[in-house]
Write a protein that binds this ligand. Structure first.
Ligand SMILES: [Zn+2]
Length: 497
């Protein structure tokens, strides 16, 4: 393999136009699996939630789970799709160890929901992402490769399979290709997955946690010269966080531009995104639909949702996240652009809960969009996984409002909370971080600073008030930053006037 010099992202999007598409899998949070009565609890002992149906034993017959169909229809409705009045499940035939039936029960040419859209906003502009289809299928089991250094199949001594996940209902949401985004393609891709996650979470049909795999995303990317036909697309798998969605599109744009610049050809293939390196590597070459020899599933009756039932489900949809955001934006008194940043950072619910726990909107937003967003970025985790709970952030802000912590001390307390040392008040006490408000101690520190800096003190006595800063600094130093700078300044001026 030859190494090609990579262009910068700016160069790549100046020369080529990206077209993206997203395929998202959502694991539904039903109590039981899609075609049998097995439980679906996450993290159970391997192979304890299985039965003849989901193990694909001879003679076992599936029965569809009504809750799975209902959840899929509700997702379709929330994504503005039309709902099929009659459709069938299909067999997607392929062999893989984590799929004991040797076929996946899925949908092919008769998806349950079609022709919808999702609106997202990036940089103050609205983008409509077309939804081609929303269909229902079942999840596969999980392979575990052990004995090697990396947990990958290469170098492993044994492979184990856990079928607990096999047969859990899975909804696949496929967008239409999205051209015309230019350099914003990575950000729009992320905004779309964020919006999709929020919509599905609002329906209560899945916990949509990317880190646990209940929301999984494949990103299609192609490049073309301006005005030319669309290029060959690659499909990037293993994109496990919102941040990675953006990074995966960006890195694939850069890689493809380098190949095209060198006169090369893009191969239609699946690629794997590597979180650590921020790059993709080639996987298998992409199968065609014909390779799967789809045919209608003969063991299941067709799905024919009663239009009256669908109308009922539609009428009972919850408040849309976009409508909710508009309402919260009013309540919080922030600009549309600021609300967009909050939404794209995945911070809406976190801030909402922090306010519910007693913080002011400005206080709640300051922590989540400032210090905590910075930490999330640095450590490469979702904001909700940084550590502090909304209640803890509210408590921290309360300590600041009460004058017990200044900004610098509050950040130190937050560090303790992130490190798992307990709630803010406990961390403050254990680390001895409270602001010194004891007037006696402060006066002593002020007097000490004046005595140690007679020249500066003389200047202030002569009316050069600006010189007080140096004495404030000296007091802050002796109190290890635990004094309130404003109070110290007032004390110094009172002493020297
Ligand atoms: Zn089962």
């Amino acid at each position: 393999m030859t190494t090609i010099a990579l262009p910068t992202y700016e160069d790549a999007v100046a020369r080529y136009e990206p077209v993206i598409g997203l395929e998202t899998h959502v694991e539904l949070g039903t109590q039981t699996k899609m075609f049998c009565g097995c439980r679906t609890e996450f993290g159970a002992e391997p192979n304890t939630q299985v039965c003849p149906v989901c193990l694909g034993l001879p003679g076992a017959l599936p029965v569809a789970n009504r809750a799975g169909i209902e959840a899929t229809i509700r997702i379709g409705l929330a994504l503005n799709c039309g709902i099929a009045e009659w459709c069938r499940m299909a067999r997607k035939n392929y062999f893989y160890p984590d799929m004991p039936k040797n076929f996946q029960t899925s949908q092919y040419d008769e998806p349950l929901c079609t022709e919808g859209y999702v609106d997202v906003e990036v940089g103050g502009k609205k983008y409509r992402i077309g939804i081609e289809r929303v269909h229902l299928e079942e999840d596969t089991g999980k392979s575990l490769h052990v004995g090697g250094a990396t947990g990958r199949i290469q170098g492993a001594t044994e492979s184990l399979v856990d079928y607990n996940r096999a047969g859990i209902p899975l909804v696949e949401i496929v967008t239409k290709p999205v051209p015309g985004l230019g350099e914003l393609a990575p950000e729009v891709a992320r905004a779309y997955v964020t919006e999709l996650r929020d919509i599905i979470r609002s329906l209560g049909v899945s916990d949509v946690r990317m880190e646990q795999g209940s929301l999984r995303c494949d990103v299609n990317t192609s490049l073309n010269k301006s005005g030319a036909e669309w290029g060959t697309r690659t499909e990037t798998k293993n994109v496990n966080s919102l941040r990675s969605v953006e990074r995966a599109v960006r890195s694939e744009i850069i890689r493809q531009a380098a190949v095209l610049d060198g006169g090369g050809r893009i191969i239609q293939e699946t690629r794997h995104f590597h979180e650590d390196r921020g790059e993709t590597s080639p996987g298998r070459s992409k199968e065609e639909a014909t390779d799967y020899r789809y045919f209608p599933e003969p063991d299941l009756v067709p799905i024919a949702p009663d239009p009256a039932w669908v109308a009922e489900l539609k009428a009972a949809l919850p408040e849309k996240p976009s409508v909710k955001r508009a309402r919260l934006r009013e309540d919080w008194g922030i600009s549309e652009l600021d609300m967009q940043s909050v939404a794209n950072a995945g911070a809406v619910e976190l801030i909402e809960e922090t306010i519910a726990a007693g913080a002011s909107p400005a206080g709640a937003r300051k922590w989540w969009m400032g210090e905590l967003a910075r930490r999330a970025n640095e450590t490469g985790v979702e904001l909700s996984a940084v550590g502090p709970t909304p209640a803890q952030v509210a408590e921290l802000q309360k300590l600041v409002d009460e004058g017990k912590l200044n900004d610098k001390l509050a950040r130190a307390v937050l560090e303790g909370v992130v490190a798992g040392e307990g709630d803010p008040a406990a961390v403050m006490a254990a680390r001895g971080l409270e602001v010194v408000n004891d007037e006696g101690a402060l006066t002593a520190a002020v007097d000490e600073a004046i005595a140690a800096n007679p020249d500066i003190a003389a200047k202030i006595r002569d009316g050069k008030v600006a010189a007080a800063g140096a004495l404030v600094g000296a007091v802050m130093k002796t109190t290890r930053g635990q004094a309130d700078a404003k109070t110290v300044r007032e004390l110094i001026l009172a002493r020297l006037s």
